[in-house]
Write a protein that binds this ligand. Structure first.
Ligand SMILES: Nc1nc2c(ncn2[C@@H]2O[C@H](COP(=O)(O)OP(=O)(O)OP(=O)(O)O)[C@@H](O)[C@H]2O)c(=O)[nH]1
Ligand SMILES: [Mg+2]
Length: 197
């Protein structure tokens, strides 16, 4: 898929504020600092479209970017940001659970996982919630440039094995690096396919 046009549409602090048109949402979520905003910039080829930061918790709202006037790419706040007070955090914020479980615009969700880390409980719980609620999703491993090829393969295998303990069918998994542009074609092809359904 060629991205000819990518424009910021709006930021929402409640799901009642998301765009009311019938374009589908393809959203990106994961732990704070996993690289969601960087990946969105890499996919659209527009640096600075989504705000990137070394400080976790940068993205706090649901951000809609309108792509080719045909669909929305959605940057979601990170979960598991420990420095947010417990009362607003819950396990996953209300904003995240409302959007992921109730928003009818959501068509497909990519869960981003840092390829360097062993499977994190919070990611596994999030994935479990998606499975239980029938939310269609795929996994994108981020920051692949930080590992060697062998280390990457080991890490993916470890994640696959952990998921296989609980799930018979595993979600699609894509390896990416926003620094290197790795995974771009594969992610865009996956999006193109799932927009047809
Ligand atoms: N080496 C490397 N660093 C990356 C990559 N992607 C993101 N980063 C770095 O990771 C940090 C966090 O990136 P963001 O894109 O802001 O992460 P985020 O998931 O949007 O973070 P929040 O909005 O805070 O939840 C930044 O310092 C990025 O430069 C990557 O592919 N490779
Ligand atoms: Mg962000």
């Amino acid at each position: 898929m060629n991205i000819a046009k990518a424009e910021f549409k709006c930021s929402s602090e409640r799901i009642s504020q998301v765009p009311k048109d019938d374009l589908k949402d393809i959203a990106f979520i994961g732990r704070s600092n996993v690289g969601k905003s960087s990946l969105i910039n890499m996919l659209t080829g527009r640096q600075g479209l989504a705000k990137v930061s070394g400080t976790p918790g940068k993205t706090r709202l649901i951000n809609h970017f309108r792509i080719n006037d045909a669909w929305y790419l959605v940057d979601l706040p990170g979960y598991g940001y420990a420095r947010t007070s417990k009362s607003v955090r819950g396990e996953f914020s209300r904003l995240i659970t409302d959007y992921v479980l109730r928003c009818e615009k959501l068509h497909y969700l990519f869960v981003l996982v840092d390829i360097r880390l062993e499977p994190q409980k919070i990611d596994l719980r999030f994935i479990e919630m998606l499975g239980e609620n029938g939310v269609p999703f795929g996994i994108i491993f981020t920051k692949a440039d930080k590992l060697s090829k062998t280390q990457r393969e080991k890490s993916i295998e470890r994640f696959r094995a952990t998921l296989a303990e609980q799930w018979e069918e595993l979600p699609p998994m894509i390896v990416s690096s926003s620094e290197r542009g790795l995974g771009r074609e594969e992610i865009l092809a996956t999006i193109e396919d799932c927009l047809k359904v």
